[in-house]
Design a protein around this ligand. Structure first.
Ligand SMILES: CC(C)(COP(=O)(O)OP(=O)(O)OC[C@H]1O[C@@H](n2cnc3c(N)ncnc32)[C@H](O)[C@@H]1OP(=O)(O)O)[C@@H](O)C(=O)NCCC(=O)NCCS
Length: 170
């Protein structure tokens, strides 16, 4: 088994296998990978030629009132059924976390179905209200996202207040 980081897919077959894995793992249909222009890094695990897990990190500038910061969002975290419970999710998150430091991200976010999974990676419940663009309905939304998680990377504490994600969440 090997862990690979990618800034973009060069091989179409790898992209196709990753997309298949994501669609297989999520009950709703996700026709495409996230926005390439915001993608900082993907991490995948491979067993021989098969893609068995994937996670991606997207970055952009975000703000709370007049505090502007560089934030990351971790998305499309999946591990193939037969490989679950072996720590692969945690390994991928640890790899992406090293890019949080390298890219001088101040705050990292994750929107989870099962928040408990990410506690050992240092993510904690996000209680701030968030404003984000819902690309399914094509409209801006504002609410406290149940399952929202936050991890402080830089020195500044995340202030209270509405986090303007200045785009969509993953
Ligand atoms: C969620 C998922 C990525 C976890 O992958 P995994 O490789 O099995 O997870 P790991 O083995 O690295 O476990 C990480 C931590 O989560 C815990 N965990 C794993 N599955 C869990 C579950 N279903 N419920 C609660 N905790 C769980 C592990 O005990 C571990 O905690 P620890 O580090 O304190 O020991 C995988 O189950 C999956 O692909 N599910 C379907 C898609 C999905 O829901 N993706 C997440 C979207 S937010």
């Amino acid at each position: 088994m090997k862990i690979v980081t990618l800034e973009k897919f060069v091989e179409k077959s790898l992209e196709f296998s990753t997309l298949n894995l994501i669609n297989e793992c999520f009950s709703e249909n996700r026709p495409c990978l996230g926005d390439e222009s915001e993608l900082a890094m993907r991490v995948i695990a491979m067993d021989h030629e098969n893609v068995i897990s994937h996670a991606a990190m997207y970055i952009r500038s975000m703000r709370i009132d007049d505090y502007t910061f560089k934030g990351s969002i971790i998305g499309d975290v999946v591990v193939s059924r037969n490989y679950r419970g072996r720590g692969l999710c945690k390994i991928m998150l640890d790899v992406l976390n090293s890019f949080n430091f390298e890219l001088k991200i101040e705050h990292s976010f994750l929107f989870a179905y099962e928040p408990k999974i990410y506690l050992s990676c240092g993510y904690r419940n996000l209680t701030n209200e968030i404003k984000f663009f819902d690309s399914n309905c094509n409209e801006w939304k504002k609410f406290v996202y149940k399952g929202g998680l936050h991890k402080q990377i830089g020195n500044s504490k995340l202030p209270d207040g509405v986090i303007d994600f200045c785009g969509k969440v993953y």
